[in-house]
Design a protein around this ligand. Structure first.
Ligand code: CA
Length: 520
């Protein structure tokens, strides 16, 4: 948390009138004895982003934030106390059996016509925000060779193709040494397959395989399921064990040659004006704090609503950060089928965690807690705000391709890298990450915009944070103003008129597959 004491007056925020805690906004927190604007005096010092109780708590008093119960008081404390983590007893997760399904479907929002971006149109109707050559891989064994080949492509070929933005190696740890027929294996397999089909790669995936792996390269070129045995060598596959190649040099040459053919095609593409409806934006949070749900996530939620009004696709994710707020989401499902699909994904994840003898409380990090988030309930209530207020029009299982427009729940773990990888597989072309604690996250395949929940972080990382939502807490800007600012920034970045900081610096985290199946 920031060190410098703010010279300004004490500021706290209570989200809903029924809340009995408020969040301290001042940089550096507030000392004991501080008189709050409503006359309450702090019984002890409260750090920035942390909670203060506005009424005396008995043991068992329900603690309310966002108008919801985030837990009960573990012991009696006077009003004005610092409600730190050990004072908050976490409630049980909401039962999945009795949720309201599609009972409060928001009406279709007023259309928002006239907004466009300059994108790369694909044969399947999708539109990319970047023009990238992707080299996919069927197995980790080939990753080293692919990396050498990619380096050579960047150095010797790419300068000759000025309309191509870059080369991305889709390397990962899957492909062999795994139980590929076990339940759960379909998740990494379809993720790898769909990653190569991301709209930013222009179609026609190029796959490097080894030759003896379980995940045969042909699987990755098939639309779905598994191709018949002996499908043979398709164009677009380079197999390193091909007996016609003697040694390492010819392997690299073969990849570089195949890349050259793809670059010829990609270089002929040009940006064309596309309606904002062709955008596919994935949103998630990373390194959240108690401000995330008050500043950054509501700004993203406002921008999500604008995107939905413009006809675009917005994916929100992170099952463990949705689970405790599921009762607020199932009523918003556009149909009973969508509501049941939401419940299905929650139930699948519950049993996945159970098998690992964990539950959703494993989600919160030490940094979340230092940032003021007592538990996963509080984190989830602040997290789902990113979804805005639109009807939820579809649900994707992990790694499935998105086909509908509107607000989509794409089920993924909350891990930034796994969520980002799965949203890429689903077809995301622009990524928005909100952060409170600060993470320098980036992805090679799409621009990643980072939004800080506090201005202190934006000042400390001026060349990493793209938009400072802390201005909501300081009163410098409203959620609506910053939501519009984000919406327009997304269109600029999608069009290549601007780069996000992560893109500017070439920051890219590795892809990280979700593999719920056994490893052999
Ligand atoms: Ca995350």
């Amino acid at each position: 948390m920031p060190d410098q004491p703010g010279p300004d007056t004490p500021r706290v925020i209570r989200i809903r009138p029924e809340d009995n805690v408020a969040i301290v906004l001042n940089d550096g927190g507030l000392p004991a004895g501080t008189e709050l604007p409503d006359g309450l005096r702090l019984a002890e010092a409260v750090p920035q982003g942390h909670k203060v109780n506005l009424i005396p708590f008995e043991e068992g008093t329900p603690i309310r934030r966002y108008g919801q119960m985030i837990g009960t008081a573990a012991r009696a404390v006077p009003a004005g106390s610092w409600i730190e983590e050990s004072l908050v007893r976490m409630p049980a997760a909401p039962s999945l059996g009795s949720l309201p399904l599609a009972t409060a479907v928001p009406p279709p929002p007023p259309p928002l016509p006239g907004h466009t971006f300059e994108g790369y149109r694909n044969a399947d109707g999708t539109a990319g925000t970047r023009n990238l050559l992707a080299i996919s891989t069927s197995v980790q064994c080939v990753a080293g060779v692919v990396d050498v080949a990619v380096k050579r492509v960047r150095e010797t070929l790419l300068p000759r193709y000025p309309n191509v933005d870059g080369v991305v190696a889709l390397t990962h740890t899957y492909g062999c040494g795994v139980a590929i027929n076990a339940p759960g294996a379909e998740v990494p397999v379809r993720t790898i397959r769909n990653l190569a089909r991301n709209p930013n790669f222009g179609g026609a995936p190029l796959v490097v395989g080894l030759g003896c792996e379980k995940l045969a390269p042909e699987w990755l070129l098939a639309e779905q399921g598994r191709p018949a045995a002996g499908a043979g060598d398709a164009p677009g596959i380079v197999r390193l064990q091909d007996p016609s190649r003697q040694g390492f040099g010819p392997m690299v040459d073969a990849i570089v040659a195949a890349a050259g053919k793809r670059l010829e095609v990609l270089d002929r593409r040009r940006r064309v004006t596309c309606p904002a409806a062709d955008l596919v934006v994935g949103v998630q949070c990373g390194g959240s704090d108690a401000f995330s749900g008050v500043t950054a996530n509501p700004v993203v939620g406002f921008a999500s609503d604008l995107l939905v009004r413009a006809g675009a696709t917005v994916m929100f994710s992170e099952v463990t950060e949705v689970r405790d707020a599921i009762g607020m989401l199932t009523p918003r499902a556009a149909s009973l089928d969508v509501a049941r699909a939401l419940v299905r994904e929650m139930a699948w994840y519950d049993s996945y965690l159970e098998r690992g003898e964990a539950d959703r409380s494993a989600n919160t990090t030490p940094g979340n807690k230092r940032g003021g988030l007592a538990n996963i309930v509080e984190k989830a209530l602040g997290s789902v705000v990113k979804s805005g207020t639109s009807a939820i029009s579809g649900v994707l299982a992990p790694g499935e391709r998105v086909r509908e427009k509107g607000l989509i729940f794409a089920a993924t773990p909350a891990s930034d890298f796994i969520c980002g990888t799965l949203q890429l597989a689903s077809g995301m072309t622009l990524h928005v990450l909100t952060t409170g604690r600060g993470t320098p996250y980036g992805l090679a395949a799409v621009p990643v915009l980072k939004i800080s929940s506090r201005s202190e972080l934006s000042r400390r990382w001026p060349d990493l944070i793209d938009l400072d939502a802390g201005r909501v807490a300081t009163g410098e800007a409203s959620i609506e103003q910053l939501g519009w600012e984000l919406f327009l920034l997304m269109l600029d970045i999608a069009s290549g008129r601007r780069q996000s900081w992560a893109e500017h610096w070439g920051l890219a985290n590795e892809l990280s597959l979700f593999n719920p199946g056994p490893v052999t």
